[in-house]
Design a protein around this ligand. Structure first.
Ligand code: BJ8
Length: 422
């Protein structure tokens, strides 16, 4: 990717630190992804996207900006992508799954904080993320305390608009959230210089729903035994969904699903039929955090679904397409997002109910709850998950881990023992 040096320099990246990041990715990707057996051919596109993660897509963002377009970065699946798109902007996910900027981040954050927060702060402070440096505006939210307070600090380095996400889902919370969505729509109009119209918003809602539908189609195919695609590859696609071009991505996921349809018909899978089936649930796994899924799928199980924000929570609910007026459309957008079962809500019973349903729908043998270290909402909610799954006699393994590899051996032993008893 050396021919992009000029572009990276013009974005103000710290070239030395950025080189270190680029050197870390390919060997990991090779070992985790390219060594998997029976990978479908349609994954070539997604391999290409990872290969070009700081190249071609960044070039596209720069071209978009040169043509007067804006890029808006987000840290949470609560930020309504369809509004950004309707105003001619591009919305990209900025969460990161690698601890390369940790030393910089620790200058402004405590050491013992969620690695996801440390990672995005480190990326900004160390100037190693071309996505961050391409953003005209970044959007935070008041989900967990760590993120909420980190955005105050991040605002010293880049202007951050914070959306107030409620902590409950009552009528008054829905009203608050709708107001936040309306404010966001106004801000996006100001930033992009484009007014939202009912036509542009309706089109954008349809397109983003199209992306969600393609991802749902992929998820449905994973209900088959043998599973036609690995959990690792599915996670990769779900991670890429956060920053790739919406239409191209949707087309490529559908093409892959056509191929998988055929594999299902002929009974071909990536693991033998009867392989123990696992659902992972917990905190998001931002690219390139593949640690636990890799350990699971090299320990004799296949992951059949991710009850994660880099998974089903991102695409299982659609925005209703029935509204004709702008206000009603924004209401539909707001309502869709409050359907996300994030652990910052209290109570969050919808997540437990959904998990039990998923175990039945996907014929799963067990659940692995994976929380990032120092993430209170998910680590504490693991207790509620455990209680409900116990009542339903569903085996559960609880893991807390960060982005480093130090505990990989110990985790593998626990995961193997869990899979053994399924
Ligand atoms: S909707 S899960 S993307 S907030 S892991 S930073 S909660 S301490 S990421 Fe999330 Fe939106 Fe919820 Fe989804 Fe805090 Fe926990 Fe870290 Fe987290």
């Amino acid at each position: 990717m050396s021919n992009y040096n000029e572009m990276w320099r013009s974005l103000g990246l710290n070239m030395e630190a950025h080189d270190r990041l680029l050197q870390a990715l390919p060997p990991t990707y090779h070992d985790v992804y390219l060594t998997q057996p029976n990978r479908p051919q349609g994954l070539e596109y997604f391999d290409f996207v990872v290969n070009e993660i700081h190249g071609l897509r960044i070039q596209e963002l720069q071209e978009h900006k040169q043509n007067g377009g804006k890029v808006i970065g987000a840290f949470c699946v609560f930020v309504p992508e369809e509004i950004v798109r309707a105003a001619g902007g591009i919305c990209i996910g900025l969460c990161s799954g690698i601890d390369i900027g940790a030393a910089e981040a620790e200058k402004v954050l405590p050491r013992n904080i969620c690695p996801l927060i440390k990672s995005f702060m480190g990326f900004k402070l160390a100037k190693i993320c071309p996505y961050f440096e391409s953003c005209d505006m970044v959007v935070g939210e008041t989900t967990c305390d760590g993120k909420k307070k980190a955005f105050e600090i991040l605002n010293d380095y880049v202007p951050v608009h914070v959306m107030e996400t409620p902590q409950m889902k009552r009528g008054r919370d829905r009203e608050l959230w709708l107001e936040e969505v309306r404010d966001f729509a106004r801000l996006v109009e100001e930033t992009t210089g484009n007014r939202l119209t009912t036509e542009t918003l309706a089109k954008s809602i349809r397109e983003v729903n199209g992306k969600r539908r393609a991802l749902r189609r992929l998820a449905e195919l994973r209900k088959n035994d043998p599973a036609p695609i690995s959990g690792l590859d599915s996670l990769l696609i779900e991670q890429i969904a956060m920053y790739d071009d919406v239409e191209r991505f949707t087309g490529k996921v559908n093409e892959l699903c056509d191929e998988l349809d055929k594999k299902v018909q002929t009974g071909e899978g990536v693991f033998p039929s009867g392989t123990p089936r696992v659902i992972v649930t917990g905190t998001p796994m931002a690219i390139p955090n593949w640690k636990v899924p890799h350990l699971i799928e090299t320990s004799g199980a296949v992951i059949v679904a991710e009850e994660l924000c880099t998974g089903l929570r991102y695409f299982e609910n659609e925005v209703a397409e029935d509204a004709g007026a702008m206000d009603a459309m924004l209401e539909n957008v707001a309502a869709r997002y409050l359907g996300v079962n994030c652990a910052v809500f209290t109570p969050n019973t919808g997540r437990m109910e959904r998990l039990v349903q998923l175990v039945r729908e996907y014929n799963a043998d067990g659940v692995i709850h994976c929380a990032l270290s120092f993430c209170d909402p998910y680590a504490v909610e693991a207790n509620r998950v455990e209680k409900v799954l116990k009542e339903e006699n569903i085996p559960l393994l609880k893991i807390e881990t960060g982005y480093d590899q130090e505990d990989a051996g110990q985790l593998k032993t626990r995961i193997e023992a869990f899979i053994e008893m399924l």
